[in-house]
Design a protein around this ligand. Structure first.
Ligand SMILES: *[C@@H]1O[C@H](CO)[C@@H](O)[C@H](O)[C@H]1NC(C)=O
Length: 112
């Protein structure tokens, strides 16, 4: 019985991680200047789009799927390098929407 349970758990993990499509948040958030833009939704990426990105600038933050992902295992990478001294822009690539770096502001759920 226990091994059946273990198999079920292993299968659930396999199905979860072998899901071909990456999910990412897609859309834009901008609070300032008006008008406010906040149309970020969770989407299934097209095939070949295996990671997510976010890019933040003075005009707001954009989220989406990305197809030219960093190749190493340490897929999480953000930039630009602080040494470059560029302050108005910030970007990250993420493995999936679960990565906090590519998560939009979704509201403070604790207050509701
Ligand atoms: C979100 O809104 C921006 C600005 O209006 C628009 O350019 C963009 O296509 C929209 N994105 C989505 C996913 O609806």
């Amino acid at each position: 019985m226990k091994s059946v349970l273990n198999f079920g758990i292993a299968l659930a993990f396999f199905v979860y991680f072998s899901d071909a499509s990456t999910k990412c948040y897609e859309g834009k958030q901008r609070w300032d200047p008006e008008p406010v833009i906040n149309n970020v939704t969770l989407v299934n990426c097209k095939s070949g789009y295996n990671c997510c990105y976010m890019i933040s600038s003075l005009d707001g933050t954009e989220f989406g799927c990305y197809n030219d992902c960093p190749k190493d295992n340490n897929i999480l990478s953000c930039g630009p390098d602080p040494k470059l001294g560029i302050q108005d822009i910030h970007y990250c690539y993420c493995k999936s929407h679960l990565d906090a770096n590519c998560r939009p502001y979704l509201g403070d759920s604790k207050t509701h």
